[in-house]
Design a protein around this ligand. Sequence first.
Ligand SMILES: [Fe+2]
Ligand SMILES: [Fe+2]
Length: 359
Amino acid sequence: MTEIKRKKLFNEAGDRDWQQRRLLNGNTTNMLEFNNVAYEWAEKLYMKMSRFFWVPEECPMLDDKKQFLLLTEGEQTAYKKILSFLIFLDSIQVANLGYIANYLHAPEIDACLKTQAFFETIHSQSYDYILTSVVDAVTRDQVYNEWRTDQRLLERNRFITNLYEDFIADPSQKNLLRSLMANFLLEGIYFYAGFAFFYALGRQNKMGGTVSVIRLIQRDELLHLALFTNIFRELRKEEPHLFTPELTEELVGMAKTAVEHEIAWGQYVIQNQIIGLSDEIIARYIKYLGNIRCAAIGLPKPYPEITEHPMKWVDEFANMNDVKTDFFERRVGNYQKAGGKLNFDKLRNRPIGEWGSPL
Ligand SMILES: [Fe+2]
Ligand SMILES: [Fe+2]
């Protein structure tokens, strides 16, 4: 398979001209110049991410500590297992994003990926904050170690890791696209049965502190999804020859596998025990997400029979204040490239709902 060139840390023979910039095998100097960007959406996304800085201590957890003891056994088990998986997801994102950044030759996209990694670290910090606030030290330890005893969780963690490791071991064009797809699916599918569980508790006025933290996490995840969506769209424009019918089939296959894994996991941890989250609803919801994720990056919908969002109430939790506009309806080609100096005042004054929810 065709190798791709790793970006130089400092490329003194590089080209400063943004019009010459390209994602694969480019020739950037690797200097990050915010007034000289090729991918204007990346600069805006970086600014949006930065403005969303938060810390978990903003969410009081005292009531959660008391309420956790009043949850049913099934709810407590799901709460802990879901946190175990979320802990893995955010940790592996922190560890992996730099590898992808090394092969995308645009400093403004590098800025987004590194900022994403920082926010994934905040998410990891949040899980620790939740556990420290809600359960005792022994239980917290068990949650961190859950994959050692739960074979299903271990298999999920292994599956996700292996896809990332394949690219690290063999950084070919195909493996990069697979790794980008794996990231896209992680950000857009793998969190969602877990998020729905917490929102189902929230609907019953339970565990409000945890729900607040999860909403803040999801707000960030939507921006990460926007980042990978746009990377895909740019690659489609710049490297159309890569997007063969075989690749399309493979990527849709990856999406279907991700959907199947998330459904199986959601049904396993929730066990039909949570009001509003039956096995059937979980399956329909995750398939629905699979459809809109695939459509967002120009792939056919894998489940055309699912046309309706089966749990609209989830969006009441997910669509936080200023993340509403449908960012994904906009085509990359419609973005104005920044030829001159960017007007930072204009950007600062831009309505902050510019990047929207794909839900
Ligand atoms: Fe995250
Ligand atoms: Fe993320």
